[in-house]
Design a protein around this ligand. Structure first.
Ligand SMILES: CCCCCCCCCCCCCC(=O)SCCNC(=O)CCNC(=O)[C@H](O)C(C)(C)COP(=O)(O)OP(=O)(O)OC[C@H]1O[C@@H](n2cnc3c(N)ncnc32)[C@H](O)[C@@H]1OP(=O)(O)O
Ligand SMILES: CCCCCCCC/C=C\CCCCCCCC(=O)OC[C@@H](O)COP(=O)(O)O
Length: 267
């Protein structure tokens, strides 16, 4: 009994006092909450079986999280998504919080490419599988490439869009890692445009290194599509560099606009 009282008093004190403790609580809740929401999503998605339309269910389930965490997301460039045909979205990848920005703007019939390990993340893995997430084995290049070639066919046959993080891993360095070329091969194979998406730096409110997680604002910019019609595999390196350049420019520009801290949410 006394132990419970001490815990009830100590927890809020520690939460307010220690930035690190708050960081771990907020991250644990983030992951735990997603795993819990997935339990609700699984039976709803299971009715349709593995189907990209289930991505709408996941999107709907996750949209409120930004309010819980007091993260304001401002979207610019919505009009660039006004393309009826399939396309490949490429975006920067800072942390697992990218899921919030992604769900904010996720177009219809669009599935992310994810590392295979995510498939084994309990309920979230199953929900992702049911929503048609494309899993790749990053340790086996040939397998990853053949999965992506299959994706190019599926995009055209089943009118599906694909979201890729071309950095291939999370990167919180405040810049962009060199891009891997899979997303661009995919776009050229399917002869569909690449639409770059840039999420502004989280450094004002989130830092894994400093164990900081406050409230704040993030801007998501959807850039105009880059056509690939008529391009061949030989053009992929140039296309990759061009798109990375566009994204780096946008990222640098957004980093100079200092976003103000927003009140509200879990402090
Ligand atoms: C409610 C619950 C909800 C839960 C919701 C959760 C939502 C889920 C959100 C999930 C978010 C999760 C987010 C995540 O999980 S992000 C992590 C996983 N994503 C990625 O890794 C995507 C980016 N990676 C790539 O594009 C890589 O290139 C791949 C993986 C394909 C290979 O990488 P790898 O490192 O092994 O090799 P390499 O890049 O050195 O390439 C080697 C050579 O092959 C060439 N090549 C490449 N591709 C193709 C191709 N298609 N056709 C022909 N050739 C191709 C390439 O040009 C190069 O040749 P050259 O140029 O040097 O001559
Ligand atoms: C019973 C098993 C329990 C397993 C518990 C696993 C906990 C995970 C819980 C929830 C999953 C949250 C989904 C977040 C989706 C974001 C995925 C993400 O950001 O993946 C990282 C990947 O892009 C790059 O990976 P690396 O930076 O190379 O690494």
């Amino acid at each position: 009994m006394w132990l419970l009282v001490i815990c009830l008093v100590a927890f809020p004190l520690l939460y307010e006092w220690s930035i690190t403790f708050k960081y771990f609580c907020k991250m644990a809740f983030y992951n735990g909450w997603i795993l819990t929401l997935a339990i609700l999503a699984i039976p709803i998605c299971a009715v349709r079986g593995r189907n990209v339309e289930n991505m709408k269910v996941l999107r709907f389930m996750l949209l409120h999280i930004k309010y819980l965490y007091g993260i304001k997301i401002e979207v610019r460039g919505w009009e660039n998504f006004n393309i009826k045909e399939p396309y490949v979205v490429v975006s920067n990848h800072q942390s697992s919080l990218d899921l919030l920005g992604m769900m904010e703007i996720l177009p219809g019939r669009c599935v992310p490419i994810a590392k295979r390990e995510l498939m084994y993340a309990g309920t979230a893995g199953l929900a992702c599988w049911l929503a048609g997430v494309i899993f790749i084995n990053r340790k086996k290049t040939d397998d990853a490439i053949s999965v992506m070639s299959e994706a190019a066919e599926t995009m055209l046959k089943e009118d599906v869009r694909v979201w890729v993080f071309p950095e291939g891993t999370r990167n919180h360095s405040g810049s962009l890692l060199p891009f891997k070329r899979g997303a661009f091969h995919l776009a050229v194979q399917a002869q569909v445009p690449v639409i770059p998406v840039v999420m502004s730096s989280y450094k004002d409110f989130y830092s894994k290194k400093d164990r900081k997680f406050a409230t704040g604002k993030c801007t998501v910019r959807i850039l105009p599509g880059v056509p690939t019609l008529g391009l061949s595999p030989d053009d992929v390196p140039d296309l990759t560099d061009r798109v990375r350049g566009l994204m780096l420019d946008a990222f640098s520009q957004m980093s100079t606009e200092r976003p103000g801290k927003e009140p509200g949410g879990i402090h």
